[in-house]
Design a protein around this ligand. Sequence first.
Ligand code: HEM
Ligand SMILES: *[C@@H]1O[C@H](CO)[C@@H](O)[C@H](O)[C@H]1NC(C)=O
Ligand SMILES: *[C@@H]1O[C@H](CO)[C@@H](O)[C@H](O)[C@H]1NC(C)=O
Ligand SMILES: *[C@@H]1O[C@H](CO)[C@@H](O)[C@H](O)[C@H]1NC(C)=O
Ligand SMILES: *[C@@H]1O[C@H](CO)[C@@H](O)[C@H](O)[C@H]1NC(C)=O
Length: 370
Amino acid sequence: MNFKLSTSLLALALSVSAANYKRVSCPGGTHTASNAACCVFFSLADELQATKFDSECGEDAHEALRLTFHDAIGFSFMGGPSKGTGADGSIMLFDSIELQDHANDGVEDAINSLKPLLQNFSVTAGDLIQFAGAVAVSNCPGAPRLQFLAGRPNATFPAAAGLVPVPEENIDNIFARMEDAGFSPTELVSLLASHSVGRSDLRILNRTGVPFDTTPFTFDTQFFLEVLLKGNETLPPAPGEADAQVPNALAAQGEMRLQSDFAVAHAPQSACFWQSMVNNEAAIQQGFHDAMAKLAVVGQDTSKLIDCSEAVPIPPPAVNKPATFPAGTGPQLLQLSCNAPFPSLATDPGAPTTIPECPNGDTNIGDCPS
Ligand code: HEM
Ligand SMILES: *[C@@H]1O[C@H](CO)[C@@H](O)[C@H](O)[C@H]1NC(C)=O
Ligand SMILES: *[C@@H]1O[C@H](CO)[C@@H](O)[C@H](O)[C@H]1NC(C)=O
Ligand SMILES: *[C@@H]1O[C@H](CO)[C@@H](O)[C@H](O)[C@H]1NC(C)=O
Ligand SMILES: *[C@@H]1O[C@H](CO)[C@@H](O)[C@H](O)[C@H]1NC(C)=O
């Protein structure tokens, strides 16, 4: 090889790698960033962890994660641009309008908690919502570290009503709505790993914090298993929104099962993918990471966004425990709509146990049902 050419190639390689390693110091001196535009997100992460989430996978973190979906899904290929511009902060900027949609019941908690941060941090509402969700789920053991791209413009008008799916909806309409925002049935399965850290505050009368699985503070595959357990039909649906629920095997311990989760678990388009998530922590991590990366930029021009994923905290590792049938249940309760072999799982010994109400036994009111 020509000597002159190879030295110039070497010089080029060195300057490229120097550019990669050059970081800017952020104001305040605590953080450095690959791009000055990311500095504000390091400070915002500190603020969220200290004053909103207590660095825990508790109620406030769950609500912030849910808000990412309710903002982003405000987009429709069929309806055209006037229906909404996706992950654009419209649910926060036009909350008095979007919250009239019953599907958004409950998201006001996260909006009221996060919105004041717009006064103190120079970020747009869409960036705030997606970043807060990424920081929130980083507190959940087993969660993937989500991608975060910065630079969504503020929404200039609200999303249309009717774009957020509701749990009582039939499965064809749910799939059609997701498809209209760019998501396949299996991508919906991946997104629903979020319900592994979810509880309902509104669907059951007089009860808050009604969990969707026995481990609502860890990002694990118990949710995918427990949704497949045949419900106890002798227990009537809990008073409240009967249509939103289907009977579940752990009602006596306070669990609930959303009609929509049940329907996705059994639909021909998604049943095998759902089953393949059981006891496959790596698969829910990868699937959720990729589907959330897509959700977070619905309607956005990603060529104009800057990668600030480095400001998202690194989540604690997964709890090192395979999925198990909760005590009092077992493989005899499995109701499967896919022919693939099902993993052989142990059953927790002893009598049915209660589902914890707060992460790490922390009775901080913000993390427990009120
Ligand atoms: C078919 C789609 C979906 C339906 C019908 C649905 C429905 C629901 C319902 C009814 C609740 C309980 C709300 C309450 O009573 O407080 C809930 C909670 C939740 N949802 Fe979904 N959801 C869907 C998809 C998603 C997706 C894609 C995400 C991803 C970010 C998500 C994240 C959450 C979280 C984190 C909670 C728990 C909130 C808390 O614990 O306070 N959901 N969902
Ligand atoms: C914003 O900054 C002001 C002035 O420093 C402070 O009083 C207020 O508590 C801050 N609010 C939030 C939400 O951090
Ligand atoms: C976005 O809207 C918020 C709330 O009104 C405001 O504080 C912020 O400055 C806006 N950002 C831009 C870039 O317009
Ligand atoms: C719910 O709470 C209200 C008010 O305290 C009470 O009147 C009602 O009986 C309760 N219903 C159920 C089903 O617990
Ligand atoms: C269903 O619930 C009832 C009432 O709690 C209980 O007696 C019964 O054993 C349960 N059946 C199954 C199959 O778990």
